[in-house]
Structure formats: structure tokens, C-alpha cells
Design a binder for this molecule. Sequence first.
Ligand SMILES: [Zn+2]
Length: 290
Amino acid sequence: MIGGELSAGLRPILILRLVRHCVMQPPPIEKSTRMASCKLCHKEGRLCLSHIVPEFVYAPLYDSGRKMIGFLEDREGIRSHLIQKGLRETLLCSICERHINRNFEQPNLELWRKLAAYDESANTEWKLFTTPEGSKVVLVSGVDYRSFKLMLLSILWRASVSTRHEYSEVSLGRHEKPIRRMILEGDAGPRYCYPCILFKFDEPGVILRPIRRRINGHRVYHFILTTIHVWYFVSGHIADEPIIDLALREDGVFSAIRLDPRETQLYTELRRLERETKHSRSVVRRINAK
Ligand SMILES: [Zn+2]
């Protein structure tokens, strides 16, 4: 059931080869010349070109020449091209940009890298167990609840305030304001407040356009961020749902369900993309040079 829910209606925006050349330093803040109201603090100023998904999430997807392959789908079909940065938009002032980067993203760079590259044979720190239903689960511990949860929620919120078509399915509506306040004030709330459930895949290296679904009457947003998939439950009445047991707890523990992508429709969707894509010459040269 989980696999079916996960893969229904996937529309890829980026598919990238998995080469481990991680760039762990935060990129310099680039300011646009546009004066506008910052989406987070609502103050007028020169806005930055803000990432919606942090650049470090893209890090494993760059090749040794720091390029990755992006796929664009339009009326004429799917075309691939080389890109040098993740998707960005003028959203935040430099103060808010730094607030998110220093307080939520930087403290979790290492945790994210470790989870994205998780290998059960090499990792003895996190317990791996099998549920009575046969699902493999990694019990991730030692997490800073506040900063990690707000890092995850900041991705959801940025996708919601973004006007980029890749994030058109993410619209938080009346939940946008309270989540903005949580990010601004550094308040992660209790575990049942906008809980995030994580899934861990071994492969492939891919970032997909997020999608919106409904599970047991709750609005859920699915983000596929390389080998980590995040389900955001955006609902005011979620506290009694059993799935919340998997979400990050205040004591710094969460359960990440391991899934084989072949059990989902993800591979089918990727194969379709492969079949239907018209590659640019630069992409073909890049692939052949490997
Ligand atoms: Zn601001």
C-alpha cells in the first residue's frame, strides 16, 4: 500500500546520476536586484535567490564536473539538459536566508548525508528491525528534534510559497501561516504538529516534483529527495493516527521505513522518462564521457 501511494502520479523534474561528490559548504547568498517583500519576515528588501530544496540535498547528484542532468517536461515532450544548481527563486531576504541556513540546515548537514548514504552493513549506530508485517525500519537516533523538523518544514513551506511550476501541487492554504510562524520563531511544536515521516531507498539518485495526496482523510505531501522520501502530514487532527509513531519525536528518535524502489511504481515512471526523453547534445556528450 505504501509503495502504491508513494508512486501514484509521479512527475519527475530532475533525474540525476548518483555520483558521490558532496559539496558540504553552504553556497554564498546571491542577491537579486529586485526589491520585494520577504516571504518569511514580510519586510521589504532586496531578496536572495533562495533554494526551495537546500543545495546540500542535491549534493550527491552532481558529477565530478559539478553538473547534473535536469529533465523538463512541457507540451513538446521531455527534454534533458545540464544544470549547475538546484531550483531557486527570489523568496527571502538575506537575514531570513541566513536564519534558515544557520539554525536549521547547517546543524543537519551531517545527519542528512549519513541518512542519504545509509548502509545497514556499515552503520552500527542506528538499529535496524523488521516489523511483524515484514517492513524493514531504521531507528534513527541522536537527532536534534527542533532544528531537523524545522529544516524539513522549511522545505515544505518554501515549496508552498514558491511560484515555480515544479511546486504547483504544494499549497498549504490556512496551514501556511502557522508553519511560517514556526520557522520564523524557531518553534518546532509537538511531534503530532505537522509530523514528517521519512522513507529510505537505496537508489536511484533522483529528485521529483512533489505531489499532493490524501491518506485517511489527511492531506499529505510527498517529496522525493534523492534516496530520502518525506511525507508531510498537513492536518489539524492527526494526533491519533498510528503512523505518527514513526515521526520524529522530541527525544530525537524517528523510524525511517526502508523500501525497495522496485516495489513501487517509481522504476516504471523512470523508465518511461528514459524512453520519452530527447537528450540535448551536451547531455549525450556528458553521459558518453563517463
Ligand atoms: Zn526576511
